[in-house]
Design a binder for this molecule. Structure first.
Ligand code: F6P
Length: 337
């Protein structure tokens, strides 16, 4: 096996707080182990366009506490074509780069996995997405910060909701996954969470509001953006005419969930994953994602993480129900990841 000497690092897909900590760790661990490290700007788009530059330790100083990604990021359609990947490969070869650390989510790893099959380029993935939806890791970089941002926002909405006796539908991010919604529901004591993993959620909302009708109390209903019932706005529009006695409002938290200074947990895990990515390269590993399971670093084949689906652990649902939060029933035991 050839020894990896020149490593590229990029962030791809939606930015997530803690990505900078991961870039910093990859860069410093790489340099400390005698490698040359190259930053690739704007994800795969920058790879195709040759936005590649050599980094030293100073490039990554003072970034661990910042949100976003200083390398910037993109969702690059061209990289999903063989032609796009060929151009990207040639750009990497111009800089004699033999391995790339990709910090991103599902889509980013799919691209890396394809190029790893077509060429001799070595890829290591680091899970970076606020959605926490990657198979093979308990935790993705950015999720903890985003969850805390949602909790703070919902606490504030609760103040005004209870002052006016209003029902709020609060929409949170998470793409096809309900991790942000279900966990912020537990953390905020929200009354209902509508998550994509479940069907027939409107019935649940109706049942809840019927029970609520006699109590004249405010409530927070969290809606994961990927819900099968539609967006928070659509759900509220459907529900409103049926419950004219309630003052129903909608709040969409949107991209504020992606910004902000990373939490200590995000900084620490991102740093450990960054070092683990370099260690994997030193150990001649390839095509794997660095994951975090049961408080330990694990290696997961990229091919597996892009194919498999991570679902909400059933224990979470049971826990939430046992403390009185109104959550969906029926998530099957065999969905525990
Ligand atoms: O994957 C992260 C995420 O923030 C999702 O939660 C959301 O659906 C999506 O990205 C939004 O992407 P964009 O900023 O490109 O609209």
């Amino acid at each position: 096996m050839r020894k990896i000497k020149r490593v590229g690092v990029l962030t791809s897909g939606g930015d997530a707080p803690g990505m900078n900590a991961a870039i910093r760790a990859v860069t410093r661990a790489g340099i400390n182990n005698g490698m040359e490290v190259f930053g690739i700007r704007m994800g795969y788009q920058g790879m195709i366009e040759g936005e590649i530059f050599r980094m030293d330790s100073q490039h990554v100083s003072g970034i661990i506490q910042t949100g976003g990604t200083f390398l910037q990021t993109a969702r690059c359609k061209e990289f999903y074509t063989p032609e796009g990947r060929q151009i990207a490969y040639e750009q990497l070869k111009k800089h004699n780069i033999d391995a790339v650390v990709v910090i991103g989510g599902d889509g980013s790893f799919t691209g890396a996995n394809l190029m790893a099959h077509e060429t001799d380029m070595v890829f290591i993935g680091i899970p970076g997405t606020i959605d926490n939806d990657l198979y093979g890791t308990d935790y993705t970089i950015g999720y903890d910060t985003a969850l805390n941002t949602v909790v703070q926002a919902v606490d504030k909405i609760r103040d005004t909701a209870s002052s006016h006796n209003r029902i709020f539908f609060v929409e949170v991010m998470g793409r096809e996954a309900g991790f942000i919604a279900i966990n912020s529901c537990i953390a905020c004591g929200a009354e209902v969470a509508i998550i994509p993993e479940e069907h027939n959620q409107l019935e649940k909302v109706r049942k809840f509001l019927n029970e609520r009708a006699s109590k004249n109390k405010s409530s927070i209903i969290l809606v994961a953006e990927g819900s099968k019932e539609g967006s928070a706005m659509e759900i509220a529009d459907m529900i409103k005419p049926e419950f004219p006695q309630f003052d129903i409002r909608v709040s969409i938290l949107g991209h504020m969930q992606r910004g902000g200074s990373p939490s200590a947990k995000d900084r620490i895990t991102a740093s450990l994953m960054g070092v683990a990515a370099i260690e994997a390269l030193l150990d001649n590993q390839k095509s794997l994602m660095i994951g975090w399971m049961n408080e330990k670093i694990v290696h997961v084949p990229l091919s597996k993480t892009v194919k498999m689906h991570k679902t909400i652990p059933h224990d979470y649902v049971e826990l939430a129900e046992s403390i009185g939060t109104f959550l969906p029933k029926g998530i099957k035991k065999n969905h525990i990841n």
